[in-house]
Design a protein around this ligand. Structure first.
Ligand code: NAD
Length: 498
């Protein structure tokens, strides 16, 4: 008789303790490289969310957190950053096993992750209100910038810890407490991180993790009456639902959503660099990045040359096990994502587009969710494959004749997350940066990011800002205090002073 070994099992992390799910359920997470289950995580329900929010509420009022000096709060963030640095290799491997992204890429991401905590550690004791010149000398008016309370954070699967850190670090720096619901597809790295909150010295309940699915764990978190703010990264569709739920309660929401970003090549660009920028923009992480440069716009004078360079490199991208150093493209993160990409490629063909590279599942010898880097020509910007987010390694390459037309095509999208521009003309770089409707514009580079630089989505790509100093406004509320310093007795309000 063969005995199937039991998969490792992970519970929620609530109030600083590993906590069994209230209803006892667990779900399986699949390694996208092998297509096999590799662990079970607790199936969170409204009852678990209640417990976690209660723990976060208690922690918010616990003097050990509430009365901690802002400088000391910053110190805890710094220690957490150091601990993440020490565990970076194990966390990077966990993410690769969970979402199939290249280990090389996850190592780089994890190596940079402590910087998010260091940056906000430095900011923690620079958060303050201001004194406002009063209506009269006797009236002292000042503002207090206070933490909001319990934050509900809901994250996607494509860069689990990075996209958590962008919420966690500023929210903690501002003195809030959190309940985090990671994607049901990638719970493992956050669960591996959870004990480090305790080790760093955060009081129990300051950070809580409830795993589970969107409808059963995410929705009750977004709707919970004791959650003072929701911060969400994920699809536009889910973001819209969360915005509606938050609007019902007049609760603020930061929403970082999808994209369909243009990557624009002008004839004066260094074409070799531009072609590499196009490849990096759409094929890095198998196109599973919100900022994927999925709409490639190329001036017609250099269209053939750029297309040739892009397809030549795309066709030689090494596809395989993301743990291997030589692999350049791993699998898609989920079986559903593979099916979605395949259906969009079919849709593109049926809309009249021509696949000039890829468009099939590759032979890898592995049972995971692999797809070849795919390039379409002959598409119109109005087609669904040019308008809808595919979130896979699929680019459409379209020609344009003038700068005016490039701007019009680039902005003809419901999304406005990011844009790339390849040019050696400085004036054009500035003109394009001003005219593109995107929260981030990259010129002669693509996908650069830093905790210091704000990230926002325009149009259907989101509401609110992450990164930088601006994000502190999202995690604080402003109170105006008026103090009458006059020694004069208050006069009768109904008798006008002469
Ligand atoms: P998704 O919207 O399906 O899920 C995101 C999270 O929301 C998951 O944790 C999920 O469980 C939860 N969720 C689902 N339904 C919910 C509901 N009704 N109420 C509350 N929570 C719910 O997104 P995904 O497929 O995990 O991630 C891919 C998407 O994320 C893409 O659209 C991508 O562009 C976007 N994304 C955006 C950014 C950004 O910074 N703008 C970054 C990365 C990814």
């Amino acid at each position: 008789m063969t005995v199937t070994p039991r998969l490792p099992r992970h519970t929620h992390y609530i109030g600083g303790a590993w906590t069994e799910p209230a209803e006892g359920g667990y779900f399986v997470s699949v390694n996208p490289t092998t297509g096999l289950p590799w662990y079970e995580a607790a199936e969170g329900t409204a009852a678990d969310v209640d417990r976690a929010v209660a723990a976060a509420r208690t922690a918010f009022e616990n003097p050990a957190w509430r009365d901690l000096s802002q400088t000391r709060r910053g110190r805890l963030l710094r220690v957490l950053g150091d601990l993440i640095g020490e565990h970076a290799e194990e966390l990077a491997r966990t993410e690769t096993l969970d979402n199939g992204k290249l280990l090389r890429e996850m190592r780089a991401q994890l190596a940079g992750l402590p910087e998010y905590f260091y940056y906000y550690a430095g900011l923690a004791d620079k958060i303050h209100g201001e004194v406002i010149p009063g209506a009269s000398r006797e009236l002292l008016n000042y503002t207090l910038r206070e933490p909001v309370g319990v934050i509900g954070a809901i994250t996607p699967w494509n860069s689990p810890l990075l996209l958590t850190a962008t919420k966690l670090a500023p929210a903690l720096a501002a003195g809030n407490t959190l309940v985090i619901k990671p994607s049901e597809h990638t719970s493992a790295s956050l669960l591996a991180l959870a004990p480090l909150f305790d080790e760093a010295g955060f009081p129990p309940g300051v950070v809580n993790v409830v795993t589970g699915h969107g409808a059963t764990a995410g929705a009750p978190l977004a709707a919970h009456p004791d959650v003072a703010k929701v911060t969400f990264t994920g699809s536009t569709e889910t973001g819209r639902r969360i915005a509606q739920v938050c609007a019902d309660r007049f609760v603020r929401a930061t929403l970082e959503l999808g994209g369909k970003s243009p990557n624009i090549v002008f004839p004066d660009a260094d074409l070799g660099s531009a072609a590499m920028g196009v490849i990096a923009g759409i094929f890095a992480a198998a196109g599973q990045t919100c900022v994927a440069g999925s709409r490639v716009l190329v001036h017609r004078d250099v269209y053939d040359e750029v297309l040739e360079r892009v397809t030549a490199r795309a066709a030689t991208i090494r596809i395989g096990d993301p743990l291997e150093d030589t692999t350049e493209l791993g699998p898609l993160a989920l079986a559903d994502q593979l099916a979605k990409v395949e259906s969009y490629v079919e849709l593109g063909r049926s809309e009249g587009g021509k696949v000039v590279c890829g468009g099939v599942r590759p032979e890898t010898g592995l049972d995971g969710f692999f797809y070849t880097p795919t390039v379409f020509t002959g598409t119109e910007n109005s087609m669904r494959i040019c308008q809808e987010e595919i979130f896979g390694p699929v680019a459409t390459v379209m020609p344009f004749a003038s700068e005016e037309e490039a701007v019009a095509l680039a902005n003809d999208s419901a999304y406005g997350l990011a844009a790339g521009v390849w040019t050696r003309d400085l004036n054009r770089a500035h003109r394009m940066s001003a005219r593109l409707e995107a929260g981030t514009v990259w010129v002669n580079t693509y996908r650069s990011m830093s905790p210091m630089s704000p990230r926002a989505g325009f149009k259907n790509s989101g509401v609110g800002t992450e990164h930088g100093t601006e994000v502190i406004r999202e995690y604080t509320r402003l109170k105006s205090v008026w103090i009458n310093t006059s020694e004069e007795p208050a006069g009768d309000p109904f008798i006008l002073k002469s």
